[in-house]
Design a protein around this ligand. Sequence first.
Ligand code: ZN
Length: 138
Amino acid sequence: MRTLLAATLAPDVVDKSLAQVVHVAPSGRYAMHTALGWLISSLIVLWVAGRQRASAWALGYLAHLLGDGMQVPFWLPFRRYDFGEVMELDDFLCGVLSSAEGRKGLLGEMLLLVLALLMPAMARAESELCRNEANRSL
Ligand SMILES: [Zn+2]
């Protein structure tokens, strides 16, 4: 579950950080939003963590790309894409916060992020609780 959640966040965390914070990528949807990024990262997870986690990674990652719709450079570097001008983080936030729909979308994204960050702690607490109950019943 943690691997799947991490995979759903990875493309945005990497690409948006590289574009809007470090300023080395032309868009917040760049290398990690491609078929090649999906394939390479899935192979790395397969090599490092095994088949089960690699399957979860590939599925979560693909769900992210599908969720972004057709607005990703999926075939980069095999096809050219026009990225336009990179939007600075503060300009992006001003744009998002200036409309009710943007604020609702940002709130939804933030709630999902908080849930994703809390999932590992909740899973750990649940397994500890189950272990304690099993020990009590012995
Ligand atoms: Zn994305």
